[in-house]
Design a protein around this ligand. Sequence first.
Ligand SMILES: NCc1[nH]cc(CCC(=O)O)c1CC(=O)O
Ligand SMILES: [Mg+2]
Length: 353
Amino acid sequence: MAIKFGRPIDLRDVARNPAAGAPPVLDLTIRPRRNRKAEWARRMVRENVLTTDDLIWPLFVVQGDRTRSTVASMPGVERLSVDEIVRDAERAAKLDIPCIALFPYTEPSLRDEHGSEACNPDNLVCQAVRAIKKEFPEIGVLCDVALDPFTSHGHDGLLKDGRILNDETVAVLVRQALVQAEAGCDIIAPSDMMDGRVGAIRQALDQSGFLDVQIMAYAAKYASAFYGPFRDAIGSAKTLTGDKRTYQMDSANSDEALREVELDIAEGADMVMVKPGMPYLDVVRRVKDTFAMPTFAYQVSGEYAMIAAAANNGWIDGDRAMMESLLAFKRAGADGVLTYFAPQAAERLRRHG
Ligand SMILES: NCc1[nH]cc(CCC(=O)O)c1CC(=O)O
Ligand SMILES: [Mg+2]
């Protein structure tokens, strides 16, 4: 007999007459609360778990020596000089966090219209990758590919007459990806949303012998208000002219996300990502169910800031909200999460399992 979410229909209406005068007892055969009666019972039926293996920790790198500068809109997050980022990589390695992601704060004097610094083999990100890989070769290093930390106008691509040029931008992104791979980056993560960049980067990596360098495509990346604090962190908030809606997706769409993801997979992405995270869990679920690919979500800066700010005000329990938000990604089908909470979550998982 087919049963879906309950008992067979013909068993549902069996009369169960309580004795007259008995205390009020609902005539319920099924009481879902039984499975929640104690922690051991809840553990038995728990469907999803968050583990440290699910965490990718984004870090910001800044010029200098022994420098850690706070980011006002991201309490608890700092920009780190190369020597300091190695210390955080060590912290990640000790916590068993599998992978860290690097983002640069580029000095304004090094930013130009073409984002040239992106292709400098000795830029901050490349320096950081080399320094981290030298001391901690066993930790995964992911590098973002996009021009916004390097352009004077704050866009992810080349700007001409108010338009973002697609194919010209892809040519630059390919060079950026190659200098990162040469520095020792393990995962190239294009976040720019130009068409065709995954295929072009894959081809260039292969031709240069980087057959094992993976690509995690920011495949369904939305034009979002939740990136604000990140733009503070990398110093592009004030310089950004206009918005990114001609390349990042419209938040109203999810069929379009499937088409974007399909293209990136066809072009050679090893892993795909949905971004932002919490407001787009429906998209994570659709992507996972449709493609069965390693699927990641980015709990972005604004999501982090909301939880951190409410927690710092005593309005929510920050630790519990953090863990609940991260578990939600697993429930939605994500294989992992890029999150600024990574070290706190890993520490908590170590304490509480
Ligand atoms: N292309 C750059 C990039 N890579 C990651 C983020 C956002 C990450 C975050 O908000 O935490 C952005 C910002 C943007 O697209 O404007
Ligand atoms: Mg695309």
